[in-house]
Structures are given as structure tokens and as C-alpha cells.
Design a binder for this molecule. Structure first.
Ligand code: GCB
Length: 626
């Protein structure tokens, strides 16, 4: 039954045509509907009791098992009930509100910034849409009731299967001893996700009631380069209200000067002497603001305003290196997760700010949104702070390269690009983490997706994060630069510290030699349980994590010096929760920080390295052979 429903969802998959971050200004407003929503959980892996019984038509708060759930938050860690934590299947959320009289002046939309994984959205008793995949925003227009309560009901399903991205594996187990004792209860299954992070589910980011003018600015695409070339495209929902135009002003946020004024829904111009956006350590992350006044040509009245911050900068890729503004950019980075105690992957400005402060404290200039796009607020903060970002689509551990999966993957890529393309901090798109990219089906599958990504955004390089080997990989040659995950001294040669440096040098050098593209060591590291002290070091001790890092860094310095490495990202910024397994002691402990963001010994080693690492080294001494 659930499979059938999923197929229907796939067919219905939401065609997203551009989505702007909510803004409150002279012409547009919003209510943030965050708070305590009514919450009801269906039985584990149920066939869809709620759908069958039309729960969207009733008041969920009347149910005996109803409770409340904070939004935004994952629901998993909020109660003391193991069945809530480990739930598989449908949960229901409901929220009721009265509309204000002034809202009649607007068109109204419900905007969901992230609901993980499938969401069916009902409004005042009707299904208004659905979304698949989590981590990316979607919105639907709604007509408000003005004389009675409005009711939002959301059915959310977190189930992972072969047909989902990321994938998961269902294993149904039966065992009966000759005595007749049955080990597993009827219908028992294990669900093993093909990824190493807890499958936090629910309404993970804010929900908005958007109030937009009758004709409004719907989509905005900005491209701004280091040489001052600037283009924008505005897509408008005209609501059949005739001839619309736009007045445009670009202001430097540094000098507060207007650097451009123009007219039109699109333009390609050159703006002289712009202050560039630079990553940290390479100059200031200067931003500009594009202000759009949407004008009705008949009445000459302003009918909508939208303001977007952006930056002038150029990203290029050579055989050896990634250039930002024609300077070699060496990524001193982090793999991360949106993860914290209690709210799981739910958006929290405190955690986000602390995380970015810790990236800066350690001297980092870069991160990857492993393994899904992070919140929109974080992308704006990365712009402001000058942190360069590889934004990754939610496609981790891909094993099944079918057409329906590819269609869903393509949908997620386009939603990600529509959401994030105006951020100067985003310098590349990652299309997967550790796919089975050593098969020819993977090659065909990714070839289409790489072409699609380039066609949606020709201004940024495309990469993928690989854990295959240079000798067998079948996609690396199609990428603009290559990210490689490897854990020498941890998953390979555990305990043999003396092998780490040569292993990295040997392998990365071959990737470079074979593909002649920039290589980023996108994950490396070791688990350390905070406070576990062992000298000489033993795996899981803080000293062991330090020992692994120091030896990896020795290799990276050598590789950088001969032009074979374009960046490094330690795994991970902080400890994070995972599914249960014998190799995970209450989550993954490869963090430089504990889960509550306190530094481990390794954090100081990395801080010293990142603070003292010269910015531009690549290609200095190409004769330096391993
Ligand atoms: C990886 C994965 C990451 C894991 C990490 C680990 O290669 O990309 O999701 O958490 O290894 O610690 O095993």
C-alpha cells in the first residue's frame, strides 16, 4: 500500500518554479506559524490509517493520543517514548489560526522551509499539494477563511526505501524455534538507512503564511561576476493585471552608494569598480543589494518590492585549482551536519550561529552542506561572513540508478539551485555523497544530472563526493572538480599511524594524475570520545584523533605544494547522532567539537593549522613528486 502511495507521490511530484526567501517590507508580509502544533503519530509503518479515515477533516487535538510538537523541530527526541524516537511511517501535525481582516488585501501562500521526508499538505480540509525529499522549501497558494478558523494539517512520512533518496533498506525478519517460540513479533522489520546520520523527521524548518501583493515578484536570478558583469532575470506572477515593469537599484552595502539604476524585468550590464565578494582570508566579503520595485505601467504605481543581497565574484576551475576572483582558493573546511540535542535537525538560530562562530574560531573558510542543503538563514550568514560553501543535494549513498529515482534527483537539484543560486558564498554544487559511482549505470545516470545542473547554473562548477577509487570510478572525469572521502588510520589501517601520510599522498596523487582536475579531500578524520585519554594513543581516544589529523595534514601539505590538492575538509565540525550500530557509541564522534560544541584536543590542532596555513600555495613547486 505504502509503495503504491509513494508512486502516486512521485507522479504528483511538485513542480517548483522558483522560491524566494520570505521578506517583510512595504508591500509583502508574513506570519511565522512556528510554535506548538498538535501532533498525532500513526502506528509504526501503518498503511495510512490517517489517510483512510480522512484525518485532515477532523480536529486532531480531540484524539486521545494527541500531544503537541514544537515547530520547527524533529519530533524524534522530544518525548520519552522510544516509539516516537524510532518511528517509521506517518505522523500528523495540525495548526489552527484566525486570519486577520487585512489579509484580504493579499494573496496568501503557505510556505514550508523543510519537511522531512514526504509531506501531504491539507488546508481547510482539502489536499493542496505534496513535497518529496525534505531540506528544500515549497509553497502553495491558499484562500483563507475570514469568518472561521483556518486549519493546516500535514501528514509526514519518514520512510526510506529503495525508491527514495537517500535510500534505506527494509528487512522483514521471522524466526521460529522448533518449540514454537517466535523471536520477532508479527510484521517485524529492521530499517537500515544507507547513510550515517539519524533520520530526523518532521517539520524541520519554519512555516510561513506569506502575504503577497496580487501581482508579485515570483523568481529572481542574479549573476554577478568579478569583472562587474551583472545580469538579473525577474519572473513575475502578473495575475492578468496587465503590463508590468521593474525599477532596479543596486547599492553597495559597504559604501552605501548606488552603483546601478535601471528599468526592466531583465538586463545584462557592466557595473564599473564594484567591490568584490571574497572568501574569508582573501579580502572582504562585500555584498550588494538589488532592490526591485515592480511597477504597473498603466497606473505607474509600485505594486511589489523585493530586496536581495548578492555579491560580485567569479568562480573558475583550472587543472589544479579552484579560483575565486582569479585567486587560488584553498578550502580550509569542514563537513558538518545540522544536528543538535533535543531538536535534532530542526532549525535553531542559536545552534546555527554557534556553529558558524566555531568555524571562524578554528580559522575555517569553507564547508560542505553534507548531506543536504542547510537552512536558508545559514546561506545568508555564509554570504555575510565570507564562508565559501559547497551545497549538496540530499543524495547520499546512492545505489539504485533508475529513471524514477533520477527524476526525483533532478527535481531536488533544480529546487536546490532555484533556492540558492543568488548566494555568492555557494561556489559549487555537489550532486551526491559517496554514490556507487563505479558502475556504468551510474555513469549514464550522473551524466544527465551533470548536464542538467550546468544548464540550470552555468556560473558554478559541479562536483560529487566520491569514496570509490581512481582506478574504478566512472563519473570523476565528468566533474569540474573532484571531492574524495577517505579515512586512512580509521576505516583503513586502524592503529597503524605510520601508514597514514603515504596513503593519502599515494592515493590523491593518482586521482590528480589520472583526471587532471582539482581534488578536495572532502572527508578525513577519526572518532574521539571526548575526555577519553590514552597515551600512546588508541582509537577513540582524543590523542588518536589528533595523531590521525597530524599525519593527514603532513600529506596535505606535501600534496598542496605540488599542486595536487585544492582543499581539505575535516569530518566533522561536531559530533552528531546516527542510527544505532556497534561502531557508533551514541552517534558519530569524529567532531572537532562535542555535540554541545565544546572543543576536543583536535580542535586546537586544526585551529592552529587553519590559522597558519598560507592561503595560496598550489602549484608552487610542481616538480615535487611523491
Ligand atoms: C563518510 C560519510 C559520512 C560519515 C563518515 C563516517 O564517508 O560521507 O556521512 O559520517 O564517513 O564517519 O563514517
Amino acid at each position: 500500500m505504502f509503495r503504491c502511495l509513494f508512486l502516486i507521490l512521485l507522479i504528483l511530484v511538485f513542480e517548483n518554479d522558483g522560491i524566494l526567501f520570505p521578506q517583510r517590507n512595504e508591500y509583502r508580509h508574513y506570519d511565522q506559524l512556528d510554535g506548538l502544533w498538535t501532533f498525532v503519530r500513526e502506528p509504526k509503518n501503518s498503511y495510512g490509517v490517517g489517510l483512510e479515515n480522512k484525518w485532515h477533516l477532523v480536529d486532531l487535538e480531540d484524539f486521545k493520543n494527541a500531544t503537541v510538537m514544537p515547530v520547527p523541530s524533529a519530533y524524534n527526541d522530544i518525548t520519552q517514548d522510544i516509539n516516537v524516537r524510532d518511528h517509521v511511517g506517518w505522523v500528523w501535525y495540525q495548526y489552527k489560526f484566525y486570519a486577520s481582516k487585512q489579509d484580504t488585501e493579499y494573496r496568501t501562500f503557505l510556505r514550508f522551509s523543510s519537511v522531512n521526508y514526504y509531506a501531504l499538505i491539507f488546508f481547510n480540509g482539502y489536499l493542496i499539494g505534496n513535497h518529496v525529499g525534505g531540506h528544500l522549501p515549497f509553497q502553495f497558494e491558499v484562500s483563507l477563511n475570514f469568518n472561521s478558523l483556518n486549519k493546516i494539517t500535514i501528514a509526514v512520512n519518514n520512510t526510506l526505501s529503495h525508491d527514495t533518496i537517500p535510500p534505506g533498506e527494509f528487512k522483514y525478519l521471522h524466526q521460529t524455534y522448533p518449540s514454537g517460540i517466535q523471536v520477532y513479533p508479527p510484521g517485524f522489520f529492521e530499517l537500515t538507512p544507507d547513510f550515517d546520520f539519524f533520520n530526523y523527521a518532521g517539520i524541520l524548518r519554519s512555516v510561513y503564511l506569506l502575504k503577497l501583493p496580487k501581482s508579485y515578484i515570483k523568481e529572481l536570478k542574479i549573476a554577478a561576476y568579478g569583472n562587474g558583469n551583472f545580469s538579473y532575470r525577474i519572473n513575475v506572477d502578473t495575475n492578468n493585471s496587465g503590463d508590468l515593469n521593474a525599477d532596479i537599484v543596486v547599492t553597495s552595502l559597504k559604501s552605501r552608494q548606488r552603483v546601478y539604476e535601471g528599468k526592466g524585468l531583465q538586463a545584462d550590464v557592466n557595473i564599473q569598480h564594484v567591490e568584490l565578494w571574497n572568501p574569508r582570508g582573501y579580502g572582504e566579503p562585500n555584498l550588494h543589494e538589488l532592490e526591485i520595485h515592480l511597477i504597473n505601467n498603466q497606473t505607474n504605481q509600485i505594486i511589489d518590492i523585493y530586496r536581495e543581497k548578492f555579491g560580485f565574484r567569479t568562480v573558475q576551475v583550472t587543472n589544479d585549482t579552484i579560483l575565486i576572483n582569479e585567486k587560488t582558493f584553498y578550502c580550509k573546511g569542514f563537513g558538518m551536519h545540522e544536528d543538535f540535542e533535543l531538536h535534532g535537525r530542526g532549525y535553531n538560530p542559536v545552534v546555527m550561529t554557534k556553529d558558524l562562530n566555531m568555524v571562524e574560531w578554528m580559522g575555517g573558510n569553507c564547508y560542505r552542506t553534507s548531506h543536504y542543503p542547510y537552512s536558508e538563514e545559514r546561506a545568508y550568514e555564509a554570504d555575510r561572513r565570507g564562508i565559501a560553501v559547497i551545497t549538496e543535494v540530499p543524495a547520499v549513498g546512492m545505489r539504485y540508478f533508475t529513471k524514477p529515482i533520477q527524476k526525483l534527483h533532478a527535481q531536488m537539484i533544480s529546487e536546490m539551485i532555484l533556492r540558492d543560486r543568488n548566494h555568492p558564498s555557494v561556489f559549487a554544487w555537489s550532486l551526491s555523497n559517496e554514490p556507487a559511482s563505479d558502475s556504468s549505470t551510474a555513469r549514464n545516470y550522473y551524466s544527465d544530472l551533470i548536464t542538467l545542473t550546468h544548464s540550470l547554473d552555468s556560473t558554478r562548477p559541479v562536483t560529487m563526493v566520491l569514496d570509490t577509487y581512481y582506478s574504478t570510478d566512472k563519473v570523476a572525469d565528468m566533474l569540474d572538480f573532484i571531492c574524495v572521502n577517505r579515512y586512512y588510520g580509521w576505516y583503513a589501517n586502524t592503529g597503524y599511524l605510520e601508514t597514514i601520510t603515504k596513503s593519502y599522498i599515494g592515493e590523491i596523487y593518482e586521482w590528480k594524475r589520472k583526471f587532471q582536475k582539482p581534488i578536495i579531500q572532502s572527508e578525513y578524520g577519526a572518532d574521539a570520545i571526548a575526555g577519553l585519554s590514552q597515551d600512546p594513543s588508541i582509537d577513540f581516544s582524543e590523542q588518536y584523533q589528533v595523531d590521525v589529523l597530524i599525519r593527514a595534514h603532513k600529506a596535505f601539505d606535501f600534496l598542496r605544494a605540488n599542486g595536487s590538492l585544492a582543499g581539505e575538509m575535516v569530518w566533522n565540525l561536531a559530533d552528531f547522532m546516527t542510527a544505532q550500530s556497534t561502531s557508533r557509541a551514541v552517534g558519530n564522534h569524529k567532531g572537532m567539537l562535542t555535540r554541545t560544541r565544546q572543543p576536543k584536543m583536535a580542535a586546537y590542532v586544526l585551529k592552529k593549522r587553519y590559522e597558519t596555513l598560507e592561503n595560496v600555495v598550489i602549484g608552487k613547486d610542481k616538480k615535487n613528486k611523491p
